[in-house]
Design a protein around this ligand. Structure first.
Ligand SMILES: NC(=O)c1ccc[n+]([C@@H]2O[C@H](COP(=O)([O-])OP(=O)(O)OC[C@H]3O[C@@H](n4cnc5c(N)ncnc54)[C@H](O)[C@@H]3O)[C@@H](O)[C@H]2O)c1
Length: 348
């Protein structure tokens, strides 16, 4: 069976979606939509798509797809997610899922009412190194995890491809912070409390482009999560995330160049966890491109009823709440208790 899908938003990042869908078994994009006619025409030409629409509702009415892949920017997500769900499409939404907790909750509720899956395109956890670390933690290879560090620091000009980022408030938290928080929850479980400091380093941007957050997980483990878009290295590390998990029997250490070092009582072993460069991709983006392909292969399993969404809208709402709480913590210079923050509506 091949599931029929549509894509909404023919912009910068959706090119990765389209290339990956073309290689994903069991799914095919049969129509695309962008309200910008020139972008739409370019996608139809580049990806050989016969049906292009400038209006999402018209596309959904005409095509009646099995699934819809939303790759627009965040301010459009709620309206488009709700539209796709009422048309009966299993719905994939790019991150950030929502700008507010209320919008996220409304989308999760809409998915429940429609009885269709809502899957968030949260691809960082699908990066090969994090899948490997998750598997090794599950096998108990380093015992009980107690400490995690995630570090995403670079100086790559992200504003060249995504000029709107220069205007985003809480930039580092809302652009990459929520990816890192999802990875922290994926590896060490849910979070009890967060404290965070943010900085604005690049004078060209309006929002804070750096943060350092400390998470206390429900398990008692702690995470240190850091991000900067204005770090200076001779060899820039974009878009690698460096990581370290320490357990009571060993440590997993992910260094530059995708080398995973596994320390335990027997010594240390080194494994390359670098993904292959896709035929349609290139360095240094291959880590992202490969994760998009892995995520979309997972979506086909969800469509076939063989897997639960990872992450679902409901799960990603908790990551959004954590991200909003980190921003609140930075503004108020206080530690935020997550259950209380969510019970209060996670209002920033
Ligand atoms: N997961 C990742 O690694 C990753 C990386 C980069 C960007 N993103 C996310 O992808 C999303 C898109 O980012 P981008 O940089 O590609 O943005 P973009 O501005 O380049 O593309 C968005 C496109 O959506 C179109 N659009 C907006 N509203 C629409 C509507 N109602 N109907 C039809 N088309 C509409 C716009 O015309 C534009 O062409 C953002 O949420 C961003 O955070 C994710």
């Amino acid at each position: 069976m091949t599931y029929r899908g549509v894509l909404i938003g023919c912009g910068f990042f959706a090119r990765n979606h389209m290339h990956a869908w073309q290689q994903t078994e069991g799914a095919e994009i049969v129509a695309v939509c962008d309200r910008d006619r020139a972008r739409l025409d370019t996608y139809c030409r580049d990806f050989g798509i016969a049906h292009g629409f400038t209006d999402a509702a018209e596309m959904l009415d005409t095509i009646r797809p099995d699934f819809a892949d939303i790759a627009t920017t965040v301010e459009t997500h709620r309206e488009l997610v709700e539209l796709c769900l009422v048309h009966g499409a299993a719905t994939i939404c790019q991150k950030p899922f929502a700008e507010t907790y209320g919008d996220g909750l409304a989308m999760v509720t809409a998915a429940k009412i429609a009885g269709r899956p809502l899957i968030i395109h949260e691809n960082f956890r699908w990066q090969k190194p994090f899948q490997q670390m998750h598997t090794r933690l599950g096998r108990g290879g380093i015992g009980t995890p107690r400490f995690l560090r995630l570090s995403f620091r670079h100086g790559f000009d992200i504003y060249a491809n995504q000029p709107y980022l220069a205007e985003v408030p809480d930039l580092a938290l809302m652009d990459v912070g929520l990816h890192l928080f999802d990875v922290a929850r994926f590896l060490l479980g849910d979070v009890q409390s967060v404290s965070c400091a943010t900085q604005r380093l690049n004078p060209r941007v309006k929002g804070d482009d750096s943060f350092l957050a400390q998470l206390v997980h429900v398990s008692g483990a702690v995470s240190s999560v850091e991000c900067s878009f204005f770090s200076k290295f001779a060899e820039d590390r974009f878009p690698q995330t460096l990581a370290q998990v320490e357990g009571d029997m060993g440590t997993l250490e992910l260094g530059p160049g995708y080398v995973l070092r596994h320390h335990d009582a027997t010594g240390v072993t080194e494994t390359s966890v670098e993904p292959a460069v896709p035929s349609w991709g290139g360095r240094p983006w291959h880590i992202i491109q490969d994760s998009v392909a892995a995520f979309q292969a997972h979506v086909v399993q969800v469509l076939a009823g063989q897997a639960d969404p990872k992450p679902s809208g409901a799960d990603n709402l908790r990551t959004l709440a954590l991200t909003l709480a980190a921003g609140q913590s930075a503004r108020t210079r206080s530690t935020i208790d997550m259950p209380a923050f969510i019970a209060g509506g996670a209002v920033r």
